[in-house]
Design a protein around this ligand. Structure first.
Ligand SMILES: *[C@@H]1O[C@H](CO)[C@@H](O)[C@H](O)[C@H]1NC(C)=O
Ligand SMILES: *[C@@H]1O[C@H](CO)[C@@H](O)[C@H](O)[C@H]1NC(C)=O
Ligand SMILES: *[C@@H]1O[C@H](CO)[C@@H](O)[C@H](O)[C@H]1NC(C)=O
Ligand SMILES: *[C@@H]1O[C@H](CO)[C@@H](O)[C@H](O)[C@H]1NC(C)=O
Length: 734
C-alpha cells in the first residue's frame, strides 16, 4: 500500500501556534544591517513592522536601526522611502494602521555601520537611551542582511562593542549561504563561534518559515496514532520532495553560478524537509535539543551520495546568461547544474529500501510530473512545488519572514538551522558535489520543450536519465574536444557512440570493421559485410584500402545496403563508387561481391523483373540466418537511412529483406535493404559526419523512435548491436 503524503499534508495547515513570549519585557533594539538592500526592502522591514504591531501592547518597547555602509545623509531618504511602504495586515483599520506606521517611523533611524567606532557609537546610543528613559533592556536583535563574507567581521564587531547589558539577550540572524562545502562551512562556523554563542545565532532558511513546512512536525505529532503504524517501508513506496521552478536565474548569475541547484536548494531546503518527514518524532516539540538530535540521526543514517545517486541538467539559455552577466567570452562554459534529481536512502530498518528523491530545477514545466521508470503512482509523495515556492509570489515570502521574525523574537529556535545540522548536511553533500564538479550537466531547452528529457529511472541504489542522449554542445566535452585527438565512447539514443575528429573516427571504424571480420571468420569462416553508398563512407574505403593486407578479404562477402536505379557503370551508382574506391584494390574473390540487381532485362528497377526478390534470395542462400555480420549505414539530413525515406510505413514491406523504394530526390528509384534485413545484423554502424549533420544529430538526440518520420530511428538490431560513429563536426556543429 502507498500513502500519498501529499494528501495528508494538504490537510495539515491549520495546526500549531506561535512561540513563547520573550522572558522579560523591556526595551528591544532591532538592528538591520544592510537596511536598504533588496531583502530588507522587500521583506524585513515589513516583517519587523508586523512584529511591532503585534507587540505594541505587550509591555515591550522598541527602537529600530537601519544600518549600512553609506553615510546617514545619503541613506536616510532611501530608508524613509522603504519604511513608508510597510503595510498592515488585513483586519487592521485604516486609521489604526496610519497611527501604527507613524509610530514605527518615529522609532526607526538610520546609522552608518562600517567601522568598529560606528558599532561603538550605536551601543552608546542604545545605552544612553535606556538610561534616559529609565527602562530595562530586554535584548538586541541584529539581522545581518549582507553577503555571507561579511558575517564574521560584523559578528566580531557586535561581540566587541554591542553586547547588551547583563540579563538581556543578544540574537544575531544570518541568512544562507552558510558556506559552499564542508570546509568553508566549518570555517565560517568557527569564525562566528569566536564571536557569538550558538544560542545567539539564528541561521535562517526562510523556506522553513513557510506554513506547510513549519507544520510538518506538528501534523505528524497530532496524527501520531494514525500515522505511526504506516510511517514505514511497508506502506511508503517512496518519498519525493520536489521543488520545481519555472523561472530562470537571470539577474542572479554572479551568485548562482558559484552555487548551483544542489547548494542553492537541495542541500538546505529539501534536506530539511526530508529530515522533518523522516526523523523520529520528538517527545516534546518545544525541546529544540531533541529536534536537532533527531534530525542529526537521520542525516547520519543516510547512505553516502556518489555520482550514481544524482542526475544533473542545465537549461539551454544559462550558458549565454552566464557569458553576459559575468562578462565572459563566447568560449566560456559553466558546468553549474540548474536541475538535479538525487536519490538517497536512509539506512534504518524503518525505511529500508524506500527511495528518497530530492528534485529541483529552474525552467521546468510546472505541469509535468516526473515519470519514473517503474510503478504506476499518480502522485509524488510530497509535491512541494505549487503551494510552496514561487519566488514571484511576494505574499508567501512575506509571510515566511513574518513567521520567522516572530520566532526569533520569541527565542524559539526550532525553525532555525543548528550548527550541527548545518555541518552534518554539508558532510553529506560535499562528496557528491565534488564528484559532480567535473560532470557536464545535460542541457535542457526549458519549459514544455523539456518533454521527457529529464525523466530518470532508478536501478537499485542508482539513478540515471531514462533516455541516453548526447547533448550536442561543446560544453559537453569541456571545450577540450576541438584540440584533443582522443576518441570518446559515449551513448547516443541509448546505443553506444564513438566520437572523434573525422580522421580518428574513420580509423576507429575501420579497426572495428576489421575486428568484426576477424571474429566472424574465426567463428564461421566467412564475413558478410553490407555497405552503403553516399559520401560518408568514402574515407572509410580509403582507409580499408591502405591497410588491406591484414584484412580477411578472401573470406569476406560484400553486399549493398542500397542502390540507385542507374546502370552500374555510372558515377551515381553506389556500386560504382564502392568498386572503384575499395573492391578493385583489395583481394576479394569476384564471386564474393554482390551488387544489387537494379538492371534486369535491359531496364531499371521494374517490379516485374523481381530484382529485389532475387537479391533477397541470394542473401537467404548465402548469409546464415540472413544475418549480416556488419552493416554500415549513413543518415540523411531528412533522417533517411539506406534508401528508406520519410513517409513510408514500415509495415508496408512486411517481412521482405529487399524492396524498391522512392526517393524524394533524383534518381527517384532505389533498391534498399529493409529494417527486417538491417535489424537482423550482428552489428550495425551508423556513420554521421560533417557540420551539415549537426542539426540532424541534435534533433535525433532528443527524439523518440518514429521510423515513419525519421527512418533512421527504426534501426534497432533485434539481437545485435548498434553503434553510432559521429564525428565532432556533426556532434558539436563547429
Ligand atoms: C567575545 O569577545 C570577548 C572579549 O573580547 C571574548 O572574550 C569572547 O571570547 C568573544 N566571544 C564570545 C562568544 O563571547
Ligand atoms: C518541553 O520542553 C520545554 C523546553 O525544553 C519544557 O519547558 C517543557 O516543560 C517540556 N514539556 C514537557 C511536557 O515535557
Ligand atoms: C567586460 O568586458 C569588456 C570587454 O572585454 C571590458 O572592457 C570590461 O571592462 C568588462 N567589464 C567587467 C565588469 O569585467
Ligand atoms: C548459423 O547461425 C546459427 C545461429 O547463429 C549457428 O548456430 C550456426 O552454427 C551457424 N551456421 C554456420 C554454418 O555458421
Amino acid at each position: 500500500m502507498f500513502v500519498p503524503v501529499l494528501l495528508l499534508l494538504v490537510t495539515l495547515c491549520a495546526v500549531g501556534g506561535h512561540g513563547e513570549e520573550p522572558k522579560r519585557p523591556g526595551h528591544v533594539s532591532v538592528v538591520i544591517v544592510g537596511a536598504t538592500g533588496d531583502l530588507a526592502k522587500k521583506y524585513l522591514w515589513n516583517g519587523f513592522f508586523q512584529l511591532y504591531v503585534k507587540q505594541v501592547s505587550s509591555g515591550n518597547t522598541f527602537s529600530f536601526y537601519g544600518g549600512g555602509q553609506s553615510p546617514a545623509d545619503k541613506a536616510n531618504p532611501l530608508l524613509f522611502e522603504i519604511l513608508k511602504s510597510v503595510s498592515c495586515s488585513k483586519g487592521v483599520s485604516e486609521e489604526r494602521c496610519a497611527l501604527l506606521k507613524e509610530q514605527f517611523l518615529r522609532l526607526a533611524q538610520y546609522r552608518q555601520l562600517r567601522t568598529l567606532e560606528h558599532y561603538q557609537d550605536l551601543a552608546k546610543h542604545i545605552e544612553k537611551r535606556l538610561q534616559e528613559e529609565g527602562i530595562t533592556e530586554a535584548g538586541r536583535l541584529f539581522y545581518l542582511s549582507v553577503p555571507a563574507f561579511a558575517y564574521a567581521d560584523i559578528a566580531d564587531k557586535i561581540n566587541n562593542s554591542c553586547r547588551p547589558t547583563s540579563g538581556a539577550w543578544l540574537r544575531v540572524v544570518l541568512e544562507k549561504p552558510f558556506g559552499h562545502d564542508s570546509t568553508s562551512a566549518q570555517m565560517l562556523a568557527s569564525q562566528l563561534g569566536a564571536s557569538l554563542r550558538e544560542e545567539e545565532m539564528y541561521r535562517i532558511d526562510h523556506y522553513l518559515g513557510k506554513q506547510v513546512i513549519a507544520k510538518i512536525l506538528p501534523f505528524r505529532i497530532q496524527n501520531k496514532k494514525f500515522l505511526d503504524p504506516i510511517w514505514n517501508k511497508h506502506h511508503i513506496e517512496r518519498v519525493e520532495i520536489v521543488m520545481k521552478e519555472t523561472l530562470d536565474v537571470r539577474g542572479r548569475i554572479p551568485f548562482y553560478d558559484q552555487y548551483g541547484v544542489i547548494r542553492d536548494v537541495i542541500q538546505n531546503h529539501l534536506t530539511e524537509v526530508m529530515m522533518l518527514l523522516t526523523m523520529r518524532l520528538p517527545r516534546n516539540l518545544t525541546s529544540s535539543e531533541e529536534v536537532v538530535e533527531n534530525k542529526l540521526r537521520i542525516l547520519s543514517s543516510l547512505l553516502p551520495l556518489g555520482k550514481n545517486q544524482a542526475v544533473i541538467g542545465q537549461y539551454q539559455a544559462y550558458k549565454s546568461e552566464v557569458q553576459q552577466e559575468l562578462n565572459k567570452t563566447k568560449h566560456h562554459i559553466s558546468v553549474t547544474p540548474t536541475f538535479a534529481a538525487v536519490l538517497a536512502h536512509i539506512d534504518e530498518t524503518q525505511y529500508e529500501g524506500v527511495p528518497v528523491l530530492l528534485i529541483s530545477g529552474k525552467m521546468l514545466d510546472e505541469r509535468i510530473v516526473f515519470h519514473l521508470g517503474h510503478g504506476s503512482l499518480q502522485y509524488p509523495a510530497i509535491l512541494v512545488s505549487k503551494n510552496l515556492f514561487k519566488p514571484a509570489l511576494m505574499e508567501e515570502q512575506r509571510e515566511a519572514y513574518e513567521e520567522l521574525i516572530s520566532h526569533i523574537f520569541a527565542g524559539q529556535k526550532n525553525s532555525f538551522i543548528s550548527v550541527e545540522n548545518l555541518l552534518a548536511s554539508w558532510d553529506l553533500w560535499t562528496p557528491l558535489l565534488t564528484s559532480l564538479s567535473s560532470s557536464f550537466p545535460r542541457i535542457y531547452p526549458g519549459g514544455a520543450d523539456n518533454e521527457d528529457l529529464l525523466d530518470f529511472c532508478l536501478t537499485g541504489k542508482d539513478i540515471r536519465y531514462k533516455s541516453e542522449v548526447v547533448i550536442i554542445s561543446p560544453d559537453q566535452m569541456g571545450g577540450m574536444a576541438p584540440n584533443g585527438f582522443q576518441v570518446i565512447q559515449g551513448k547516443f539514443r541509448s546505443s553506444d557512440m564513438v566520437s572523434a575528429w573525422a580522421e580518428e573516427l574513420v580509423e576507429q571504424l575501420a579497426a572495428d570493421v576489421q575486428e568484426a571480420a576477424e571474429a566472424a571468420v574465426r567463428e564461421s569462416g566467412v564475413f558478410h559485410l553490407a555497405l552503403s553508398g553516399g559520401s560518408s563512407p568514402i574515407a572509410l574505403f580509403h582507409r580499408l584500402v591502405r591497410h588491406h593486407f591484414s584484412f580477411p578479404w578472401r573470406d569476406t562477402h560484400v553486399w549493398m545496403v542500397d542502390e540507385r536505379c542507374v546502370p552500374e557503370t555510372e558515377l551515381e551508382s553506389n556500386f560504382f563508387t564502392i568498386y572503384n574506391l575499395l573492391l578493385q584494390h583489395v583481394r576479394i574473390p569476384y564471386f564474393n561481391i554482390h551488387p544489387m540487381p537494379v538492371q534486369l532485362n535491359h531496364r531499371l528497377c521494374v517490379e516485374e523483373d523481381r530484382g529485389a526478390q532475387l537479391y533477397e534470395k541470394d542473401i537467404n542462400n548465402l548469409v546464415n540466418g540472413s544475418s549480416f555480420h556488419f552493416v554500415l549505414l549513413g543518415a540523411g539530413y531528412d533522417g533517411h537511412t539506406a534508401s528508406l525515406f520519410p513517409g513510408t510505413k514500415v509495415e508496408e514491406y512486411g517481412e521482405s529483406l529487399v524492396v524498391l523504394t522512392e526517393s524524394p530526390v533524383k534518381p527517384h528509384q532505389r533498391m534498399s535493404l529493409t529494417f527486417s534485413a538491417i535489424n537482423r545484423a550482428r552489428t550495425v554502424a551508423l556513420l554521421v559526419m560533417g557540420k551539415g549533420k549537426h542539426e540532424l544529430v541534435t534533433q535525433l538526440s532528443r527524439m523518440k523512435d518514429n521510423p515513419e518520420k525519421w527512418p533512421v530511428t527504426g534501426v534497432k538490431p533485434a539481437n545485435g548491436r548498434l553503434v553510432w560513429y559521429i564525428d565532432y563536426d556533426a556532434l558539436l556543429g563547429q
